[in-house]
Each structure stands twice: as structure tokens, then as C-alpha cells.
Design a protein around this ligand. Structure first.
Ligand SMILES: [Zn+2]
Length: 266
């Protein structure tokens, strides 16, 4: 797995760069400060940020990858399990409403999800050239957003045996304390119980289990070791800053021209 934190101003961590597919996540960047929950690089247009700021970051990411800013697709996430397939027919809809995952086989567009502690998952079938980005908070993960996303990929021609998955930076088990009513929804192997405190859930591990249950081989799953809540100055974290804060953007794109270079890490 190719991982490199970009040293240029645009704060992008490359997570995959193979078969004409790029997958990456943003981090807050050098301008992040503790006292401003929106400071740093964030494309999120629905979590209370100044519109000029999110538009500026949107444009900067588009410029970084050499595409127009209307080629970035971000759902208006609602912790649902709904998936939107972007096709040539609905290409004008950059911000599909009430969905938490996007699937496409169209090259040259970035699809991604915003998170601040929830689990972003990027998926790709490099042979059939089908990609997906899903937002899995605990509600969506329990509800089946991972299954729905993979089913949508398969409907476009993807094959489970070929699908690779990237579990991007998200909240770790130590940081994810929940009530018993939430813990009881998860299999016991994803719940950590201590005698004198509330239960903790390992949400990234649960997402990995969901991927494996849908036929994705463990060897095709890359799991980031980074926790957003443990590093609130590097990543946006709703547990650290509240839900009125910026978001990390995890995204994937099929390159139109696989010999074309993006960024400076080729
Ligand atoms: Zn943590």
C-alpha cells in the first residue's frame, strides 16, 4: 500500500495509487489551531463552516488533481444506508441528498465522504474499474451501508474477489465510549468492557468485519492505524471539537488517463 503525506500545502495523504486509481484522505494541514474547530482544510459545506472557506478548499483540491471543481461528488450525508450510483444520466448532481455512499465507474471525477471520527471506507475493483466511497458511522455500519455499497458495485459489474478496501483514519476503540444501548448492537468481539466504565466499541474493526462478511478478502483490506480523536490537531474530530466542526474528506478517483500524473508523488 502506497502511503505518503504530501509535503506541499494541500494537505493530502495518499492511500493508494495503482491501476489508474487514486485514493486519499485530507488532514487539517498546518493552519489548524486548537481554538477554532473549523481551522484547517475542510470541504464540508453542511457542518456549519463558512461557505467561502469550504469552497476555497474544494477548489484547491480540484486544482491539485487537475480537475474542475464540479467534478467533486460529495453526498449530503445523514447516517443513512442509502447509496447513490453516479452515471452519465445524473452527472449534474454533485451533492446527492440523503445518501451516505457513492459508487461510480465514470473516470475523471472524485467521489468522497466527509467524516470527523466516523469511518470512511474507499473501495475499488481495479480490473472492472468501479469505485466507491462510503461513510460508516455506527448507525450506518449497523444498518448495512457497507453491504449496500458493495451490492451497488456488483450491480455495475464489480467482483468481490477483486475488490480492495481502504478503511481510512477514524475513531479508535479507546476513544469510542458508548452507552450500553449502542454497545449491545455490536458483536461482542468489537466491544471492550471494563468493570468501572462504559463500554467501548471498535468501529473500524466492525467495518472490517462487514467487509469480510460481504466477501472481501482480509488481504485486500487496508486499515489505517490512525485515530482522528487521538490527533485532533491533525484530523477533525467531532468528539474533540463537537459536531460543529470541519470534516476530513476521504476520496477516490479513476484517472481518465492512467499515464497522467497527479500531485508530485509519481
Ligand atoms: Zn483514539
Amino acid at each position: 500500500m502506497h502511503i505518503k503525506t504530501d509535503t506541499k500545502q494541500t494537505p493530502v495523504v495518499s492511500l493508494a495509487n495503482e491501476h489508474g486509481i487514486i485514493a486519499a484522505t485530507t488532514w487539517r494541514g498546518q493552519s489548524a489551531c486548537q481554538t477554532d474547530a473549523y481551522s484547517g482544510f475542510s470541504l464540508c459545506y453542511y457542518s456549519g463552516d463558512n461557505e467561502c472557506h469550504s469552497n476555497k478548499c474544494h477548489q484547491e483540491l480540484a486544482d491539485y488533481y487537475g480537475i474542475k471543481s464540479d467534478k467533486i461528488y460529495i453526498p449530503r450525508q445523514t447516517h443513512s444506508t442509502n447509496v447513490k450510483i453516479i452515471t452519465l444520466e445524473n452527472l449534474a448532481d454533485n451533492h446527492p441528498v440523503n445518501c451516505d455512499a457513492i459508487v461510480t465507474c465514470i473516470p475523471g471525477i472524485i467521489i468522497g465522504v466527509n467524516t470527523a471520527d466516523c469511518v470512511p471506507v474507499l473501495l475499488y475493483d481495479p480490473e472492472n474499474r468501479i469505485i466507491a466511497a462510503a461513510h460508516a458511522g455506527w448507525r450506518g455500519a449497523i444498518g448495512g451501508v457497507i453491504k449496500n455499497t458493495i451490492d451497488s458495485m456488483i450491480s455495475l459489474g464489480a467482483e468481490q474477489a477483486l475488490v480492495k478496501a481502504i478503511i481510512c483514519p477514524a475513531i479508535c476503540a479507546d476513544c469510542f465510549e458508548v452507552g450500553e444501548e449502542v454497545a449491545m448492537l455490536f458483536p461482542e468481539n468489537c466491544v471492550i468492557r471494563h468493570p468501572h466504565s462504559r463500554p467501548h466499541v471498535n468501529l473500524p474493526e466492525y467495518v472490517k468485519t462487514c467487509l469480510e462478511n460481504e466477501g472481501i478478502a482480509g488481504s485486500n483490506i487496508y486499515q489505517s492505524k490512525e485515530c482522528t480523536r487521538c490527533q485532533p490537531l491533525k484530523y477533525f474530530s467531532a468528539r474533540a471539537s463537537g459536531i460543529k466542526s470541519g470534516r476530513n474528506f476521504s476520496f477516490i478517483m479513476l484517472r481518465e488517463n492512467i499515464t497522467e500524473a497527479y500531485g508530485d508523488y509519481f
